[in-house]
Design a protein. Structure first.
Length: 955
C-alpha cells in the first residue's frame, strides 16, 4: 500500500526535511519543525505523488480518501476540536508547496470548514463574533476565487463599498454587522456568477480546496515560473492540510514574516515585519503597512508604531529563541512565517532564505566564525557565477535610471560613455581622453580595436554568443547585445529608440548584467575584493588544487588580474597589443609593405612597442608565469573595408589608397577562420615570428633587471593553430635561434619554454608527437570547439535556439565545454602528450576557463591550470575550489534555487498583471528573478508596505 499522507504535530512527524521530493519544501519543513519541538499547528501532507497521479489519471488514488479521513481524525484529536462540528469546529488551511520554491505561484485556501453553523460556533467559542465573521468572509472570498473561479474583483469591490459605507479605510475597522452583510452579499454573488450555492459541507470544501491546490501546479503563473527557473514540469506539488491558527483574533494576535538575518547585506540582525490583528496573507498582500519586529529596525526606519519587541516582549523573546534554534538546526538563514493567536506563538513555515550575493558571502563567513558551518561548507555555499556581479562596476543601487531599451545581458557590468558608431572613431575619441560606448548593429573582427577602446558595447542584433558578446566578455567589457528596438542611422550619426533620438556623442549607460540601456550618465560603484569576500576567497584557495591564471594583454588587465588573485598569465594575445594608438598604424605599414625590407622596417618599429608592453607584463606579474602567444589572426583583420576607412588608413600609413585597396583584396579570404592565420603566418613570414621572439626575450632580460624581485621571468612562448609537428619544429627553430641571439646580445642566461596551443583536432590526435618538441600544451577551447563541431562561433545565432529547443544541444558549447566531443579530444591529447613527456604542464585558455562547469571538467581531467578573463578569476578560484572539494565528497549546498537567467521581461509582465491584486506574486517575482541583483528583502517587504502594486522602475 502506498503511503499518500504524512502526519505532523504535537512534537512529532512522520516526515522530515530529507524527503522534500515527496512532501514538498513546505511540508517537509513543517514536519521537521514539528519534530524538533517548535510550536507548529498540527496537520498532514498529501504527497507530490498524489498530484502526479491526479495529473496523469484525472482522479485520486483509490485509498486516498481513507488515508485522509484517518489523518483528519489524528489532526482532530491533536487540535482538540472536530472538522465541521457545530460546537467545537476545526478549521484548516489547505496549502500548496512543491519541491522547489515557487513563492506565491500556486494556491492556498485558509479557513476551510466554515458555514452558517460552524461560524456561529466559532463566534460563541472565541467570544468574538467579529473575528468569526471576518474569517468567514475571508474564506468565501478566497475559496470562490481559487476553487470556484469567481473573479476576485467582485469581492474586492464589495469590500471597498462596505468600507466606504462605514467611512473607514482598513479592513479591520469594519464592524461585525458589515462583515455579516458582506458574507450574505458574497454568497449571493457566487450564486449569480455560478448558478449554484456556495458549498456548505466542510468535506466538500476540503476536497474542493485540495483539488484546487493540485491543479494550481499547472496554472500559467506556475508554468511560466518553472520555465524561467529551470524547474522541471514533472514533480507536482504537495498539499498541506493544517489546523488554522488565528492572527485576526484581536489586538493580542498578529501575523508576520521574517528572515533570521538581513538578506540584503547579510547583517546578523533579525529582520522582518508583522501586522496586528491579521491573517498571514494580509502581510504579503500589502493590505496595511506592517511594523518592524525589532526596536532597532523601527528606530532606524523612523517608524512610530511599536515593534513586536516592544508590543509583545514575551512572544518576541520566544521568537528570537526559535530564530537561533532554526539557524542551529538548518545551519542556514531561514525565511519564516509565524502567527500569534492571543499571545501564543505558532510557526507556519520555514525555508532557506533567498539573499543577495553580498549577503550570501557575509552570512557564509559569519556562520563559519560562529561555528555553525565549516570553512569547506562556506566555500560550497555560493554558485561561483553568483559572484560575477561583485566583480564589475555596477549601477549604484539607488541610482535614478531611465530605461530606454532592453537587450540581452551579454557581458556583465555597467558602462557609461558617448555614443559612437565606428571602431576607428572609438579609438580616436578614447585617445583624446573621452569614454565611449560602441553602438553597432553587430561587430566583426574588424571592430576589435574599437571594442577594446570602448567602455562598453551595445548591439542591435546577435545573441549571447555573438561576436560582440564573446569578445566583450573576454575583454571584460560590459555588453548589451541584440537590443532590437534600437535603430542605427550611421550616415546621419543618429540612434533612434522609438521617438527618442540620440546623436553621436550623446551620453548613454548600459547595464550588461541586466541588458538595460539607460539614458544619460548613471552613477556606478567599483568592485573590490575586501572584507568577507576576501576571507571567503582565501578559504577557497586553501582547498583549490588547480592554478588559476588570467588572459591579459594590457597593464590595466594584468594589474586587475593580480588583484583578483591570478597566479600568472595564461594567454597574452599579442595581436591585441597592436590595436592601441600608434601601434595599429605600424602594424598596417607592416602589412602594406611592398617587400621584405619594408616589412622589416615596420617590424622594427613594432619590436620596440611589443618589447615595452611585454616587459610591463613581466614586471607586474613579477616572477609568475606568463604565456605569450604568437600573432594569431589573419592579416586582413587590420585592413579596412569601406572606402572612407581605406583613405583614412592610406593617409595614416603614408601609402597610396590604391595599394591599401589592392592589399586588402589580396588578403581577402573565403573562410578566414580556416585560412592564413596562426602559425601559418609565421611559416610564410618568419620575420614576424622572429620579431616577436626578440621582443619577448628582450623583455624577459629587461624585466630581470627591473622587476621588483629582479628575477628573470621564465617566458612561455606559445604557438597558435599548430596542426603538424613540422610546423611546430620550424617555428621553434626560429624561436630558439632568436633566444640564443638575445642571450648573447644582452649577455644574460635565461630559461624559456616553447609550447603549443591545441586547438585543432589534428593537433589533439598528434599530441604524442607534438610533445616531443612542445614543452607545454594550452587547450584553446574556443577554436577547438569550432573546429571539432565544424561550427563557427559567430554564426550560431540563427539556429542555436532551435538546437536547444529540440534538445540537440543542452548547452551552448561555446559557453560550457562539450565534454563528450571536445572533452574527449582533450583527454586523448593529454594522455598522448603525457606519455611522451610525463611532467608536461597543461591548461586551458578561452571562455571555458571561466565557466564553473567547464572548470569542473578540468579538475576531473587533471589539468594543471585554467586561464580566463581577469574579471572571472575569482569565479574560477571559487569554482576550482568547489571542484576539488567535490572530489573529496563535500556536498554542494548552494543557497540559490536557480542559476541566473536571461531576464525575460515579457512573461514577468504577464505574471505580475494576471495577479496585480496580489503582492505575494510580486514578492515571488522579486525573489525569483536572478537578474535583479538589487533584490533585497527590504524592497520586497517594502513593496508590501502601503502595497505599491506595480514593480518600481522596472517597466
Ligand atoms: P505561500 O506558499 O503562497 O506563501 P502559504 O501556504 O504559506 O502560501 O499560505 C499563505 C498565508 O497563509 C501565509 O502567510 C501563511 O502563513 C498563512 N497560513 C497558512 N496556513 C495557515 C494556518 N494553518 N493558520 C494560519 N495561517 C496560515
Ligand atoms: Mg508561505
Ligand atoms: Mg585560437
Amino acid at each position: 500500500m502506498t503511503k499518500w499522507v504524512y502526519n505532523f504535530g504535537a512534537g512529532e512527524a512522520e516526515g522530515h526535511a530529507e524527503i522534500k521530493d515527496l512532501l514538498g519544501n513546505k511540508g517537509a519543513n513543517l514536519a521537521e519543525m514539528a519534530s524538533i519541538g517548535l510550536p507548529v499547528p498540527p496537520g498532514f501532507t498529501l504527497t507530490t505523488e498524489v498530484c502526479s497521479h491526479f495529473e496523469q489519471t484525472g482522479s485520486y488514488p483509490q485509498d486516498l480518501k481513507e488515508q485522509v479521513q484517518k489523518a483528519l481524525q489524528i489532526l482532530e484529536s491533536r487540535a482538540g476540536c472536530k472538522f465541521g462540528d457545530s460546537e467545537n469546529p476545526l478549521l484548516v488551511s489547505v496549502r500548496s508547496g512543491a519541491r522547489a520554491r515557487m513563492p506565491g505561484m500556486m494556491d492556498t485556501v485558509l479557513n476551510v470548514g466554515l458555514n452558517a453553523k460552524t461560524v456561529e460556533a466559532l463566534a460563541e467559542q472565541s467570544d468574538d463574533r467579529r473575528f468569526a465573521f471576518d474569517s468567514y468572509r475571508r474564506f468565501i472570498q478566497m475559496y470562490a476565487d481559487i476553487v470556484l473561479g469567481v473573479d476576485a474583483c467582485h469581492f474586492e469591490k464589495m469590500l471597498q463599498r462596505a468600507k466606504q459605507k462605514r467611512g473607514v479605510k482598513q479592513d479591520h475597522e469594519l464592524q461585525v454587522e458589515d462583515l455579516e452583510r458582506l458574507v450574505r452579499d458574497y454568497k449571493t454573488r457566487v450564486f449569480v456568477e455560478l448558478g449554484e450555492e456556495f458549498p456548505t459541507d466542510p468535506q466538500v470544501q476540503l476536497w474542493g480546496a485540495i483539488g484546487a491546490v493540485f491543479k494550481s501546479w499547472t496554472n500559467p503563473r506556475a508554468k511560466t515560473y518553472r520555465e524561467l527557473h529551470d524547474i522541471p514540469e514533472e514533480g507536482g506539488t504537495a498539499a498541506n492540510v493544517q489546523a488554522m491558527v488565528f492572527g485576526n483574533m484581536g489586538h493580542d494576535s498578529a501575523s508576520g514574516v521574517a528572515f533570521t538575518r538581513n538578506p540584503s547585506n547579510g547583517d546578523n540582525h533579525f529582520y522582518g515585519e508583522f501586522l496586528l490583528n491579521a491573517q498571514g496573507e494580509d502581510v504579503v498582500a500589502g493590505i496595511r503597512t506592517p511594523s518592524e519586529l525589532t526596536m532597532q529596525a523601527r528606530m532606524a526606519h523612523g517608524n512610530n508604531s511599536p515593534s513586536l519587541e516592544e508590543k509583545m516582549p514575551k512572544v518576541f523573546r520566544e521568537l528570537m529563541a526559535i530564530r537561533d534554534q532554526l539557524e542551529k538546526h538548518y545551519k542556514d538563514v531561514q525565511d519564516i512565517e509565524f502567527t500569534i493567536q492571543k499571545g501564543k506563538l505558532y510557526m507556519l513555515q520555514t525555508r532557506s532564505g533567498k539573499r543577495t550575493t553580498q549577503a550570501a558571502i557575509q552570512i557564509a563567513v559569519d556562520m563559519t566564525n560562529e561555528g555553525l558551518i565549516t570553512k569547506q561548507q562556506a566555500v560550497m555555499r555560493l554558485h561561483p557565477s553568483q559572484i560575477d556581479q561583485l566583480l564589475h562596476p555596477t549601477i549604484a543601487e539607488n541610482a535614478k535610471k531611465q530605461i530606454i531599451a532592453k537587450g540581452l545581458p551579454a557581458s556583465p557590468g555597467a558602462a557609461i560613455g558617448k555614443v559612437v558608431f565606428c571602431a576607428d572613431e572609438a579609438v580616436q575619441r578614447v585617445s583624446d581622453g573621452e569614454k565611449v560606448i560602441l553602438v553597432r548593429n553587430e561587430t566583426s573582427p574588424d571592430d576589435i580595436h574599437g571594442l577594446h577602446a570602448a567602455e562598453g558595447v551595445l548591439t542591435t542584433r546577435g545573441g549571447m554568443t555573438s561576436h560582440a558578446a564573446v569578445v566583450a566578455r573576454s575583454m571584460g567589457r560590459p555588453c548589451v547585445a541584440g537590443a532590437g528596438h534600437l535603430e542605427i542611422d550611421e550616415a546621419a550619426g543618429k540612434l533612434k529608440i522609438g521617438d527618442l533620438v540620440l546623436e553621436k556623442g550623446d551620453k548613454l549607460s548600459i547595464d550588461g548584467s541586466t541588458g538595460e540601456v539607460l539614458l544619460g550618465e548613471v552613477p556606478t560603484v567599483l568592485p573590490k575584493v575586501t572584507g568577507a569576500f576576501r576571507t571567503l576567497m582565501s578559504w577557497a584557495d586553501e582547498y583549490r588544487t588547480m592554478q588559476v591564471r588570467a588572459n591579459a594583454e594590457t597593464k590595466a588587465d594584468a594589474i586587475l588580474a593580480k588583484d583578483f588573485g591570478a597566479e600568472g598569465i595564461g594567454l597574452v594575445r599579442t595581436e591585441h597589443m597592436f590595436f592601441a594608438g600608434m601601434r595599429i598604424t605600424a602594424m598596417r605599414q607592416m602589412i602594406l609593405a611592398s617587400d621584405t625590407k619594408d616589412r622589416k622596417d615596420a617590424l622594427h618599429r613594432l619590436l620596440f612597442m611589443q618589447r615595452e608592453d611585454i616587459t610591463e607584463l613581466f614586471q607586474i606579474m613579477d616572477g609568475q608565469p606568463v604565456t605569450i602567444r604568437l600573432f594569431d589572426p589573419p592579416l586582413h583583420e587590420f585592413l579596412p573595408n569601406t572606402e572612407a576607412e581605406l583613405s583614412y588608413v592610406a593617409r595614416a600609413a603614408g601609402v597610396p589608397v590604391e595599394r591599401v585597396r589592392r592589399r586588402a583584396t589580396e588578403l581577402r579570404e573565403f573562410n578566414p577562420m580556416l585560412g592564413h592565420r596562426g602559425c601559418r603566418l609565421a611559416i610564410t613570414y618568419p620575420e614576424i615570428c622572429e620579431m616577436q621572439a626578440r621582443a619577448i626575450f628582450g623583455a624577459a632580460a629587461e624585466a630581470g633587471r627591473t622587476s621588483p624581485s629582479k628575477k628573470t621571468p621564465v617566458a612561455e612562448v606559445m604557438v597558435p593553430l599548430v596542426a603538424t609537428l613540422e610546423e611546430f619544429k620550424i617555428i621553434k627553430g626560429i624561436i630558439d635561434k632568436t633566444a640564443a641571439a638575445v642571450q648573447k646580445e644582452e649577455n644574460v642566461n635565461f630559461t624559456y619554454r616553447v609550447g603549443t596551443m591545441i586547438e585543432l583536432p589534428r593537433a589533439a590526435l598528434q599530441a604524442g608527437k607534438l610533445a616531443e618538441e612542445a614543452e607545454f600544451f594550452s587547450f584553446g577551447t574556443n577554436d577547438l570547439t569550432q573546429t571539432t563541431y565544424g561550427l563557427s562561433r559567430d554564426d550560431t545565432g540563427t539556429f542555436m535556439s532551435d538546437y536547444k529547443a529540440k534538445g540537440i544541444m543542452a548547452q551552448d558549447p561555446f559557453v560550457t565545454l562539450d565534454e563528450e566531443g571536445v572533452g574527449e579530444l582533450i583527454k586523448v591529447a593529454m594522455n598522448r602528450g603525457l606519455s611522451t613527456r610525463p611532467d608536461m604542464k597543461m591548461g586551458i585558455c578561452g571562455e571555458h576557463g571561466g565557466d564553473p562547469t567547464s572548470i569542473d571538467f578540468c579538475q576531473r581531467t587533471g589539468l594543471n591550470y585554467v586561464s580566463c578573463s581577469p574579471y572571472r578569476v575569482p569565479i574560477a578560484r571559487l569554482a576550482a575550489a568547489q571542484s576539488a572539494l567535490k572530489a573529496q565528497g563535500e556536498r554542494v549546498t548552494e543557497t540559490r534555487a536557480a542559476r541566473p537567467r536571461n531576464p525575460s521581461f515579457g512573461p514577468w509582465c504577464r505574471l505580475v498583471s494576471t495577479r496585480a491584486s496580489s503582492c505575494a506574486r510580486f514578492r515571488g517575482f522579486l525573489e525569483g528573478s536572478g537578474h535583479l541583483r538589487e533584490f533585497s528583502a527590504e524592497k520586497s517587504l517594502g513593496c508590501l508596505k502601503g502595497g505599491p502594486r506595480q514593480p518600481p522602475s522596472l517597466f
